[in-house]
Design a protein around this ligand. Structure first.
Ligand code: NAD
Ligand code: MG
Length: 398
């Protein structure tokens, strides 16, 4: 029996994870659930899974949940922690063998680092943590003896192609390059001008995947693939030049590895995150996941095309930030989080996201080139980048 901490349990990744835990009660037990402020969904999951620990990062939500649990006949044994510090505490409790890192954005970083230092098995969905703090994460996992297994579908696909003996953060033997597939998002074939003023509902309507709002906008800008490029760079310890992006609108091939001898291995499946999560939970063995099988009896097409770097400048921005190194990826991530939030709140237009991110990177290029020696230094540059991005957003919004 493995104790699982589901970080971001009310989100898309979190709910998929709980689905799998519910299907395999003999193998997994949800010991920790965390959310930002959604009390009702959290109560529902507490009643079903009876975790030992629950974290609500919003203090008012924590208080409300605490009261509601006391009123419930079944809620007496559940401990409620509040605030960001609660996440760090819950990441290292002894009942937890594996953490599913499903918080969105920089808010997930501290708990992932804590789990790494404590030597937990980390099933990583929260790509922003690795983008921000790649070197610190690698170091923490090494020192703590933590195992990281990628959940992001592309990275999980690559991980599967690399075989059972592969461990993340090591350069894989005999690999020529990685091919990250991208759906191209909802605007793959839109004219630039139409894309510029696309609405929030158009941007979050992903053609193949059902995901949270932030990553859905990232897919529409293709910044998601930019972040994934950086994620792949750290996870697989390969230079940016050995990682390529291929647009594949059907989202059936989840990514590929090209080896030195010319072989290319791919992992295929329906676009359903329960496959990579199940794979990561049971690796290297396999468990059942209730995912629709691919249908090979009806006619199928798998298309591939190069990304349009003119309409989607995010990939170039991500590559440039990796070449700059230091804190540049953290600045890119912070500026993107601010710009996407401003778009979701309808303060700026879709096409203005790129400028806000690029401008922030340019303005901080000098400071960003330095490598943060500590989490505090990293958080300081993250804060500066957020301030600058906010100012840019305010200017754009007029
Ligand atoms: P989501 O918005 O559906 O869920 C986010 C979760 O994080 C929620 O439980 C929310 O309560 C919590 N949260 C939000 N802000 C928080 C804060 N400030 N402090 C603490 N907790 C907070 O997001 P998602 O789509 O599940 O994505 C989660 C992560 O997984 C992201 O990093 C995303 O890039 C990555 N990911 C998601 C998918 C997918 O299919 N959804 C695929 C690959 C990778
Ligand atoms: Mg992905």
């Amino acid at each position: 029996m493995q104790g699982v901490a589901v970080f971001g349990s009310t989100g898309s990744i979190g709910q998929s994870t709980l689905d799998l835990i519910g299907l395999h009660p003999e193998r997994f037990r949800a010991e920790v659930l965390t959310a930002h402020r959604q009390v009702e969904p959290m109560l529902r999951d507490c009643e079903r899974f009876k975790p030992r620990w629950v974290v609500m990062t919003d203090p008012d939500a924590a208080q409300t949940l605490q009261l509601r649990l006391r009123e419930a006949s079944w809620g007496g044994h559940i401990n409620v922690l509040a605030g960001p510090q609660g996440l760090v505490t819950a990441a290292v409790v002894p009942e937890v063998d594996m953490m599913v890192a499903g918080i969105v954005g920089a808010a997930g970083l501290a708990s992932v680092l804590a789990a790494a230092r404590a030597g937990k098995k980390i099933l990583l969905a929260n790509k922003e943590a690795l983008v921000m703090a790649g070197p610190l994460m690698v170091q923490a996992a090494r020192l703590g003896g933590a195992t990281v297994i990628p959940v992001d579908s592309e990275h999980n696909a690559i991980f599967q192609c690399l075989g059972e003996n592969y461990r993340c953060f090591q350069p894989p033997a005999g690999v020529r390059r990685l091919l990250l597939t991208a759906s191209g998002g909802p605007f793959r074939s839109w004219e630039k001008a139409r894309m510029f003023s696309a609405s929030v509902s158009e941007a979050i309507a992903h053609p193949n995947w059902s995901m949270g709002r932030k990553i859905s906008v990232d897919s529409a800008t293709m910044m998601n693939k930019g972040l994934e490029l950086i994620e792949a760079h750290w996870l697989f310890s390969l230079p940016e030049s050995a990682i390529e992006v291929v647009v594949h609108p059907q989202s059936v091939v989840h990514s590929m590895v090209e080896f030195d001898d010319g072989s290319t291995l791919a992992q295929l499946g329906s676009p359903d995150m329960r496959t990579p999560i199940a794979c990561a939970m049971s690796w290297p063995s396999r468990i059942h996941a209730p995912v629709k099988a691919l249908d090979w009896q009806s006619a199928q097409r798998l298309d591939f095309e190069p990304p349009d770097t003119e309409r989607f400048p995010s990939l170039a921005l991500a590559r440039a930030s990796l070449r700059t190194g230091g804190a540049a990826p953290a600045v890119l991530n912070a500026a993107n989080e601010i710009a996407v939030e401003a778009f979701l709140n309808e303060r700026i237009r879709f096409g203005e996201i790129f400028g806000a991110v690029e401008g922030t990177l340019a303005q901080l290029s000098h400071q960003a080139a330095n490598t943060p020696a500590s989490v505090d230094e990293l958080l300081e540059i993250d804060r500066q980048a957020r301030d600058i991005a906010q100012a840019r957003v305010a200017k754009i919004a007029g």
